[in-house]
Design a protein. Structure first.
Lengths: 350, 272
């Protein structure tokens, strides 16, 4: 195991930048997740680390060695592909043994390590099967075993869970994470699924339009998003459009005068997390902002209830409350009071 | 009720058309096979009796045995050379995007479309020019004949290998490289096994096309190096006894066996 660092990594096709100036350091044993919408450059970044795409600029260092110009087969990186990419004409054992054969290990060592790798993913005894005889989840585990068998310096996961059904995905998340911790694997995973990213990562990198927008822990990204994109992409939020009149004073397009934290005078959006807003039938007291509105839409999610509240003709707010015994039960059309402290909102200038 | 009748009628029409088409293809074959066992020399119906004498007659006539041998050698060699050109060509066409890809793909498939006589004439003229230019024997040599046949083998190889290549998951090749295989090892261990059905089918069809080719070979054969289809044609100019039918039966059997063996290893229906 070893650390990985990307330094000013870029890839452009003509004028189009798929990845722009990405610099990251991934510590030994760290689980880093690249998160972003499709086309944000996260997969291109991962493929540059694997060596499938040659960077236009920048460097990749793996285990202390500059591997930027090395072909994929000379880098000790184990990759799990979105489609698993198992070799269809080889048995499970032959698939797992492939990387070890390439490393010219003695036959006995190969057999032992194939057994170990299969045991690690709980597929002992499946060595003789062909990939097409396995379920999707099993194929995924073979792909993982195959990548682990070579004892890679870094494990690269390209949307590894996207082809599994929702139930299985939750199990596999935990399984991969535990395995990664137990083996102390330096891991980079690419995903567009924020829940997946939040549950698995030590540290997250949010990307958009080829560039890194923010790097940090789950809490950093959620509580202190660097910009409007990150605020909208990680977790849910309501954006109220308006103008900052003076630092601390926000006026929405619907005419609401709101207290906010900081902000530079000019056009801006106020981002409010749905669960930080209080709601009730009585006016809210002791909060920086207290407003009244009408319930317009309610979605019942089981443990949580989403309430859409109309504050003015052009301002609508989503409030999320826990579904508690004897708690507030909103009804459409009901007049309600909402409120929040300044700390619940964040202003992003445009 | 009416819908049911209509559906039945439609199915009857389809089955009827299929039967007619199948009969159209199979009847000549059935007659040839039947004829091969007639006892009399001049084919006439009903047969006067049955015998195997015409099969024995094939072996008595050196020209059939020689023709078969030449055809087999030419087809086998043309098939091998055709694979050496066709497989890399198919790889290029599928894997690389270059300016002349479209025209090149059409060019490689052209020999199937161009009439055999036109192909034969142009090949002949070309070989005359080469012979004049190089000042060495070209026309009528065994290798010139093979060279001509390579041209008609390539389209089959390119066509079928291209088809099976587009079904290969590129990620499997990347996975191999990720695990430490360089491009060559990746090709041998991953790509080649994946496109094997296309290669085998292309080779088989190329072989059969070459083996049965008449029009182009007419222009290219030299004295004493006549291929089987030409021997048959020449024989038919003088005689119409069932020897020809017997020769055809042998040919049908051989090709049929080749297809059965091939089908055992790769399901032809899946590639073609």
């Amino acid at each position: 195991m070893a650390d990985l660092s990307l330094n000013g990594l870029s890839k452009h096709y003509g004028d189009f930048y798929a990845v722009r100036e990405v610099s990251l350091t991934i510590a030994d044993g760290e689980f880093l997740v690249l998160l972003g919408p499709s086309g944000c450059g996260k997969t291109t970044t991962l493929r540059m680390v694997a060596g499938f795409i040659e960077p236009s600029a920048g460097h990749v260092r793996l285990a202390g060695q500059d591997v930027t110009l090395l072909p994929p087969w000379k880098r000790n990186a184990g990759m799990v592909f979105q489609s698993y990419a198992l070799f269809p004409h080889m048995t499970v054992a032959q698939n797992v043994a492939f990387g070890l054969e390439m490393r010219k290990l003695p036959r006995a060592d190969i057999e032992r390590r194939v057994e170990e790798a299969l045991a690690l993913v709980r597929l002992s005894g499946y060595g003789g099967r062909l990939p097409r005889q396995l379920s999707g989840g099993q194929q995924q585990r073979v792909a993982l075993a195959r990548a682990l068998a070579i004892r890679p310096d870094v494990l690269l996961l390209d949307e590894p869970l996207s082809n599994l059904d929702a139930k299985l995905r939750q199990e596999v998340r935990v399984e991969i994470r535990e395995l990664q911790r137990q083996l102390g694997l330096t891991t980079v995973m690419v995903t567009h699924d924020q829940e997946e990213a939040l549950t698995m990562a030590d540290r997250l990198v949010v990307m958009n339009e080829g560039a890194v927008r923010q790097v940090g822990s789950q809490r950093d990204l959620y509580e202190r998003p660097a910009d409007r994109f990150v605020a909208g992409f990680v977790g849910r939020t309501t954006f109220l459009a308006g103008t900052v009149e003076a630092p601390g004073r926000f006026r929405s397009d619907g005419g609401l005068a709101l207290a906010c934290a900081g902000g530079l005078p000019g056009r801006a959006v106020l981002s409010l997390r749905p669960e930080r807003v209080e709601i009730g039938l009585q006016p809210r007291s002791g909060l920086d902002n207290a407003l009244s509105g009408t319930v317009e839409f309610v979605s019942y999610l089981g443990a949580l209830i989403d309430i859409h509240v109309r504050l003015s003709p052009s301002d609508r707010l989503v409030v999320q409350i826990a579904n508690r015994e004897g708690g507030f039960t909103p009804e459409v059309g009901q007049p309600v009071h909402v409120g929040w402290p300044v700390s619940a909102g964040q202003v992003f200038n445009e | 009720m009416i819908a049911l009748i209509r559906r039945r009628a439609r199915r009857w029409a389809l089955n009827g058309a299929a039967t007619v088409a199948l009969a159209y293809i199979l009847l000549p074959l059935i007659f040839v096979v039947w004829l091969a066992f007639f006892r009399q020399e001049i084919p006439s119906f009903p047969p006067e009796g049955y015998s195997l004498r015409w099969f024995a007659a094939i072996l008595d006539q050196r020209k059939f045995v020689n023709g078969f041998s030449i055809s087999f050698q030419v087809a086998a060699l043309a098939m091998v050379v055709g694979l050496l050109f066709g497989v890399p060509a198919a790889l290029c066409l599928v894997r690389y995007n270059f300016k002349l890809r479209g025209p090149l793909a059409n060019l490689l498939l052209m020999p199937i479309i161009v009439p055999g006589v036109v192909l034969g004439t142009s090949m002949y003229v070309f070989q005359v020019e080469v012979e004049n230019g190089l000042d060495m024997d070209v026309i009528g040599t065994f290798y010139a004949l093979v060279a001509g046949h390579v041209v008609i083998v390539i389209p089959w190889v390119v066509r079928l290998v291209t088809a099976s290549l587009s079904g290969v998951d590129r990620a499997t090749e990347e996975a191999a490289q990720n695990l430490g295989a360089n491009q060559w090892v990746t090709f041998w261990r991953i790509t080649l096994p994946a496109i094997r059905p296309g290669i085998v089918a292309g080779a088989l069809f190329g072989f059969v096309t070459s083996f049965g080719n008449l029009e182009m070979s007419l222009f290219l054969v030299g004295p004493g190096r006549t291929t089987l289809p030409i021997v048959i044609l020449q024989y038919l100019e003088w005689k119409i006894d069932p020897t020809i039918a017997a020769v055809s039966v042998v040919q049908i059997l051989l090709i049929g066996i080749a297809m059965l063996i091939t089908d055992h290893y790769v399901k032809l229906a899946r590639v073609v």
